[in-house]
Design a protein around this ligand. Structure first.
Ligand code: AMP
Ligand code: MG
Length: 459
């Protein structure tokens, strides 16, 4: 368990990076989700429920951390169009703390009220949006994806009007634990203003406090290399998890490579490159199979911003390495989820290709595939057996024995079905909350997801 270690490091950046703001006052505070596991990682699990509400519902500063919430300034490309009217419009940076790995972490909010960046928005988050963010982060964490964690959800008693939910709808304020809230768009904003000094300061902040292990001939080269590695890893992890983030805009991409900001996400029911999460993504720009391309495009925008303080040569090498890094990361993520041995990059890539061929041709449920073949050993009778005799599986069947470890031991692997999170289940977890304020199914699902996570962490 970690000790509580508050930080105020962000204040070193100065006023050009944020605006001090105040949290909304809410009519009511009902704790709906308290992530004591995440809280333990930053020494905050000992708080009473009253103190929890005081800090994560009323936003009384945490002792020794930030004296006032900060709305962070950023711009970004949204669906490839540059938008300078962004920034924390319904959230703020509430506190900074060290975690049990010594990392500088942010506690950031969503739904905590309006800020100078709210434009016409109400600064609020729907309760359903908060529940969806819990489900996404818990699933991704269990599947080994580098993600923010949902730290707290408190229902606020307000009624909101939304065009994508039956309205009025219930409201909540969410706190997330993130390895920074510095987005590609944070850099883009300074480049847009031709502010070299701030841009260089932000690079130094990231290298000193978020990526001390990054290296390169110059600070910018080190940072872009770090960003490329993080983005390649994240894109690969999304694929192996069968996850579609839905809104991979540059303002939603963290310089640390940690996934965050979950809106219209979905898990893919099949290995379908064109599967799209957001109803407003008409062109399928952020479809399942285009996520690596989207993240690479975003990296080029980050590179474009950094060009203001660096030579092309410092950026070119790291940016051009993205495809190789993505391929290697895809082997890590896919074979990691399968729980098999590694044989070498060419052999590993051949197995990944065989898996993708089989999943594309059969359009079987990918969660079922990874569940049935954990450890590279086919489990007993499965509802998917007819797929495994399909021609498209022959290459996989030929290759997999060399990768096999022993059959997995956690009792999760003996269940009838894998733990999944398709859209119908998301809706069926929300319905009892909406209809009769019944939170038991949600909490049971969180427990089931965490058990799956334990099973995946087993050697
Ligand atoms: P997102 O698509 O959630 O990443 O948000 C894009 C931008 O819109 C960010 O600047 C948000 O802070 C802002 N935003 C989204 N929803 C709201 C809202 N309800 N009120 C105010 N600002 C919002
Ligand atoms: Mg966002």
């Amino acid at each position: 368990m970690a000790e509580y270690r508050p930080e105020t490091t962000i204040l070193g950046l100065g006023d050009a990076f944020y605006d001090a703001v105040e949290a909304a006052r809410f009519p009511q505070h009902v704790v709906r989700f308290r992530n004591d596991r995440a809280a333990a990682s930053v020494g905050l699990d000992g708080l009473s429920d009253e103190a929890w509400i005081d800090h994560f519902g009323r936003f009384t500063p945490l002792p020794g951390s930030l004296p006032q919430p900060l709305a962070l300034r950023y711009h970004g490309h949204q669906f490839r169009t540059y938008n300078p009217d962004l920034g924390d419009g319904r959230g703020f940076l509430f506190a900074q703390v060290r975690d049990d790995r010594g990392r500088l972490m942010d506690l950031g909010t969503k739904g905590s009220g309006t800020t100078p960046y709210s434009r016409f928005g109400d600064g609020r988050l729907t309760l359903k949006g908060a529940v969806r963010e819990i489900l996404a982060t818990e699933m991704l964490e269990a599947l080994g994806v580098t993600t923010s964690r949902t730290f707290s959800v408190i229902e606020t008693g307000e009624a909101l009007t939304r065009n994508d939910e039956p309205s009025p709808t219930r409201a909540a304020v969410l706190v997330r634990l993130n390895h920074s809230h510095i987005r590609y768009g944070s850099f883009q904003r300074h480049a847009f203003h031709q502010d070299r000094e701030s841009l260089a300061k932000l690079v130094d902040y990231c290298l000193a406090h978020l990526a001390p292990e990054a290296s390169g001939p110059t600070p910018v080269a080190a940072l872009i290399d770090h960003a490329v590695k993080g983005a390649a890893r994240l894109a690969a992890q999304y694929m192996a998890a069968g996850f579609v983030h839905g809104v991979l805009n540059t303002d939603n991409i963290n310089i640390t490579g940690e996934s965050f900001d979950y809106g219209p996400w979905r898990f893919a029911p099949a290995w379908d490159a064109g599967f799209t999460a957001a109803y407003f993504d008409h062109a399928g720009l952020y479809a399942f199979g285009r996520q690596a391309e989207a993240l690479q495009w975003n990296l080029f925008q980050l590179g474009g911003a950094l060009r203001l303080i660096a030579e092309t040569d410092e950026l070119k090498g790291p940016l051009e390495a993205f495809p190789q890094r993505y391929r290697a990361a895809l082997s890590d993520a896919m074979l990691g989820r399968l729980g098999v041995k590694r044989l070498g990059s060419a052999e590993d890539e051949a197995l990944v290709a065989a898996i993708q061929t089989a999943l594309v041709a059969t359009q079987m449920d990918p969660d079922r595939f990874f569940f049935d073949w954990r450890g590279g050993v086919r489990r007993g009778a499965s509802v998917a057996d007819h797929h495994y005799s399909h021609d498209a599986f022959s290459e996989f069947l030929r290759l997999v024995p060399d990768f096999a470890t022993s059959a997995p031991s956690h009792d999760y692997w003996a269940d009838a079905d894998p733990c999944t999170m398709l859209i119908d289940e998301v809706e069926s977890l929300w319905a009892p909350i909406a209809e009769r304020d019944d939170w038991a199914p949600l909490h049971a699902k969180i427990a089931a997801i965490r058990r799956m996570g334990e099973a995946h962490r087993e050697p």
